[in-house]
Design a protein around this ligand. Structure first.
Ligand code: 9MR
Length: 377
């Protein structure tokens, strides 16, 4: 690790001396030896969300293997992708990802078994349009979890069992899962996941968990599951952040509060948007939010100005300083995507913008500041 840091330091120095840091992309070209997973190896696992492109294409799969020791499928294990029809499963892409991860010695986190989004209508409705009842939906949930988590038993290290079940005020989202089954649908999902993959780590995953009210709702869930003897091993704090949001104190308070419940804390889905957010009320990651493209909210269509890049860098530095300080509690930090060109943030909540939220730029090069994050201490 020391050698890598030395190489990174020399590269940074060369970049500053040659003035390259003022180049539009602020990247370094000779970044061969630097590796995020090496740099963080005494702290936590470091990962990224991937899709089939990242494991097929030579450059991208090499990047992934070089920098990450944990991966999460961005979409291919979600219900509508892996189980699109009642009798049809699509296992070929997930199988390829599982095999790639095993070849590279990378831990794969499955995402996600139960979610209100990206779940086909037939899951909740009969062909005649009437809603299924509790017993029918529970049977289907169980068989889906058995088929998916069971297939990858012993190969997928951990599962995001339930995703985004809470409202911002800490109450349960009125999803079809909730409306049809009732509030114990979470309990049942975790039980079924444990039965299907007894050795897998089981997580609850959500965005905006730095918010005290939402944090409280999830803590109550953890307490309830534990009091019923149901396995829950961790909470994934999705980190879809921005330059002015959230407050670092809130992030830190949530890491401490979840950890105090005796579960692992994972920073999942990390990205930091540099763009102005068009709806102050709904920051976070609600996939239901969609706003028509307006040019004033898409200011950096060519290049990210140096001052914004610096803001992004200092935001990342401050966050990693917190994660490092709590590396006894934080088991993993996963970026939501590998490089800016494929980030979902280019399309949410406004389709067609150009954002710069990750450590690798639109040109797939590591941003220079990424070699100077606080890797120690
Ligand atoms: O990044 C994913 C994007 O490609 C999909 O279109 C979107 C659809 O719902 O889901 C995105 O991933 C989401 C993740 O699964 C759960 N948390 C919020 C993420 C960003 O929307």
């Amino acid at each position: 690790m020391k050698l890598n840091l030395l190489v990174a330091g020399i590269l940074s120095a060369v970049v500053s001396l040659t003035g390259c840091s003022n180049e539009p992309a602020d990247t370094i070209s000779a970044q061969g030896q630097f590796s995020l997973k090496e740099a963080f190896k005494d702290k936590f696992a470091i990962g990224a969300a991937v899709n089939e492109l990242h494991i097929a294409d030579g450059i991208e799969s090499a990047l992934v293997a070089q920098h990450y020791n944990t991966l999460t499928p961005e979409n291919m294990m979600k219900w509508e992708e892996i189980h699109p029809q009642p009798d049809q499963f699509s296992f070929s892409r997930p199988d390829a990802l599982v095999a790639f991860s095993e070849r590279q010695g990378i831990q794969l986190v499955g995402h996600t078994l139960v979610w209100h989004s990206q779940t086909p209508d037939w899951v909740f409705y009969h062909q005649d349009g009437t809603r299924k009842n509790r017993a029918e939906l529970l049977t289907l949930m169980k068989s889906h979890i058995e088929a998916v988590a069971g297939r990858y038993k012993g190969r997928v290290y951990a599962w995001d069992v339930v995703n985004e079940a809470f409202n911002e005020d800490g109450t349960l989202r009125q999803s079809l899962w909730y409306e049809i089954i009732g509030d114990d649908y979470l309990d049942m999902a975790f039980e079924y996941a444990h039965e299907a993959a007894p050795n897998a780590r089981l997580y609850y995953n959500d965005y905006n968990l730095f918010k005290p009210a939402k944090r409280k709702g999830v803590i109550e869930l953890v307490k309830r599951l534990k009091s019923k003897g149901i396995q829950i091993d961790g909470v994934g704090m999705q980190a879809h952040y921005a330059l002015d949001y959230p407050s670092f104190d809130d992030v830190e308070a949530s890491i401490e509060a979840f950890s105090a419940q005796g579960v692992d804390v994972m920073i999942t889905e990390l990205d930091i948007s540099v763009l102005p957010f068009p709806d102050d009320e709904n920051m976070g990651a609600d996939v239901g939010l969609s706003i028509a493209l307006q040019d004033e909210y898409n200011p950096y269509t060519e290049v990210l100005p140096k001052e914004k890049l610096d803001e992004l860098a200092s935001r990342y530095e401050a966050l990693f300083a917190i994660f490092n300080r709590h590396s006894d509690k934080v088991g993993r930090v996963t970026f939501w995507g590998v490089h800016d060109a494929h980030s979902w943030r280019n399309n949410w909540p406004m389709p067609g913008r150009k954002d710069y939220p990750l450590l690798f730029g639109h040109d797939k090069q590591l941003k220079t500041f990424a070699t100077r994050l606080p890797y120690a201490g």
